[in-house]
Design a protein around this ligand. Structure first.
Ligand code: WQD
Length: 375
C-alpha cells in the first residue's frame, strides 16, 4: 500500500502498462534533498530515473530502500551515476551509457545564499557553467526537454505581497544571480532553436523548458526514509532548528527582528518537499506533452510564515521550548518572500496541499529517525 505521499494524481499512471514506452528522466543532483524526493514521485508515476550526482552535499541515493518502499520488483528503474556537472565528459558518459533520455530535471548546483557571498566564483562556475555543460550535451544527443530548478530568491523579496512570475527580477545574492542568468541562457537557447527551426536551419537544436522557481522547500517524505540531510553545514532555517532540537546547537540565532513583518522576523513561503516533488511530475507530464514550450512558474503555497511562527509550530510538536536569540540581519535576506502560484495551478493543474504543521512534523520525523537520537 503506497502511503499518502505516493498516491499522486499521475496522468501517466495509465502508461504503467506500456512500460517499454515509459519516459526516462535524467535527474542531475538527484541524490539531493529536492532531487531525491522528486525521484520517488517520478518512480511512483511510472517514469524511469537516472540520477547524476557528485555527492558533494548528499549521501548516495538510498536506492534499495526506495525501490522496496515503492514495492517495485525491478529496482533497475533507478540508475545512479556519480559525476560532476562541471565536467562535460562526466555528463557525456551519462548520455552514452543510456539508451534514451527523454528529459532532464536539472537540480545540481550550489544553493546557500550566505556561502555565495563568500565564494561567488564557485557559484558562477558551478551553477552557470554547469548548466551550459548540460545544455551542450542535451543538444549533442538531441534531448529536447529540460526542467530547471530555479529559485524565488531571484525576485529580491515581495514587500509583503505575493510575488508573481511577471514581478521585478532583482536578485540580492550571487546565488540568486546565478539562477537568473541560467534561466536566461535556457531561454536564449529556446528562442534560437525556434528561430532556426522557422528558417529551416538545423544548426541549433530545440530546447523545450519549464523554469520552476521554488520558494522555501522543507519537510520530508512521510515515512522518513529520506529527508534534508546536507553533508555541508546547513544555513537554512529548518535544518538549523533541527540541530537545536537534537542538542547539537544550544540555541537558534534569528537574523533580524526589525523587519517590516507581523512580528519583525523574516517571512517565507515554506513548501513541503513532497508538494514540490509532485509539482515536478506535473511539469514533466506537461512538458512531454507540449511541443515548443517555454514557461516560468512559481512553486509555493501562497502563505507566508515568520521565523517565530515556525519556531512556535516546532515547539508544539516537540513539546518543549526552542531557545533562540535575536541577531543582526543576514546579507542577502529580505523581509518577505511569498509566492503567487496561480499560474502553476492553471497550467500544471498543481497545487501545494500540505500545511506548515505537516512540514515541521515530517522534518522532525526524518531527523529523529536519521539521527537515531532521543529528540
Ligand atoms: C529563512 C528565514 C532567515 C536560518 C532560501 C534557501 C535558498 C534558496 C532561496 C532555493 C530567513 C531566517 C534562517 C537561521 C534565521 N532556495 N533564518 N536563522 O534565506 O529564504 O533562502 O530560498 O533555491 O537555498 O535557503 O531560507 O531557510 O536560509 O531562511 O533566522 O539560522 O529564516 O533570516 O528570514 P532563505 P533560509
Amino acid at each position: 500500500m503506497l502511503e499518502r505521499d505516493l498516491v499522486i494524481p499521475c496522468t501517466v499512471v495509465g502508461l504503467l502498462q506500456l512500460r517499454e514506452q515509459m519516459p526516462t528522466i535524467l535527474v542531475t543532483g538527484g541524490s539531493g534533498f529536492i532531487g531525491s524526493h522528486t525521484c520517488i514521485s517520478l518512480l511512483s508515476c511510472g517514469y524511469d530515473v537516472i540520477i547524476f550526482d557528485n555527492h558533494s552535499n548528499s549521501k548516495v541515493f538510498p536506492s534499495l530502500e526506495v525501490a522496496s518502499f515503492l514495492s517495485i520488483n525491478n529496482p533497475d528503474r533507478i540508475k545512479i551515476i556519480h559525476g560532476d556537472i562541471c565536467k562535460p565528459d562526466d555528463i557525456e558518459h551519462v548520455f552514452l551509457a543510456s539508451e534514451k533520455i527523454d528529459a532532464v530535471i536539472h537540480f545540481a548546483g550550489l544553493k546557500s545564499i550566505p556561502e555565495s557571498f563568500k565564494n561567488p566564483s564557485k557559484y558562477w562556475s558551478t551553477n552557470v557553467a554547469g548548466t551550459i555543460n548540460i545544455l551542450n550535451c542535451m543538444a549533442k544527443y538531441s534531448c529536447e526537454n529540460i526542467i530547471f530548478s530555479s529559485s524565488a530568491t531571484i525576485y529580491g523579496g515581495g514587500q509583503g505581497k505575493q510575488i508573481s512570475e511577471s514581478d521585478l527580477i532583482n536578485p540580492t545574492s550571487p546565488y540568486g544571480w546565478t539562477k537568473f542568468i541560467s534561466e536566461k541562457i535556457i531561454h536564449d537557447q529556446h528562442k534560437a532553436a525556434k528561430e532556426s527551426a522557422n528558417s529551416c536551419d538545423e544548426t541549433s537544436k530545440t530546447i523545450n523548458a519549464i523554469i520552476l522557481r521554488y520558494f522555501n522547500p522543507v519537510g520530508a517524505i512521510k515515512n522518513g526514509i529520506i529527508g534534508e540531510s546536507p553533508l555541508l553545514s546547513a544555513t537554512n532555517l529548518f535544518p538549523t532548528i533541527m540541530k537545536v532540537i537534537n542538542g547539537e546547537d544550544s540555541q537558534l540565532n534569528i537574523f533580524g527582528n526589525d523587519w517590516p513583518t507581523i512580528d519583525g522576523t523574516g517571512v517565507r513561503d515554506y513548501i513541503h518537499v513532497m508538494d514540490l516533488a509532485e509539482g515536478h511530475v506535473a511539469a514533466i507530464n506537461y512538458l512531454l506533452a507540449t511541443p515548443n514550450c517555454f514557461i516560468e512558474l512559481n512553486l509555493g503555497t501562497g502563505v507566508g510564515y515568520s521565523v517565530l511562527q515556525v519556531i512556535n509550530t516546532f515547539e508544539q510538536i516537540v513539546g518543549h521550548v526552542i531557545p533562540h536569540t535575536f541577531h543582526a540581519r543576514r546579507d542577502g535576506d529580505v523581509a518577505s518572500c511569498v509566492a503567487d502560484s496561480s499560474l502553476a495551478r492553471k497550467i500544471l493543474k498543481w497545487k501545494a496541499k500540505r500545511e506548515l504543521s505537516e512540514m515541521c512534523f515530517d522534518s522532525w520525523n526524518y531527523w529523529s529517525k536519521y539521527l537515531g537520537s532521543n529528540l
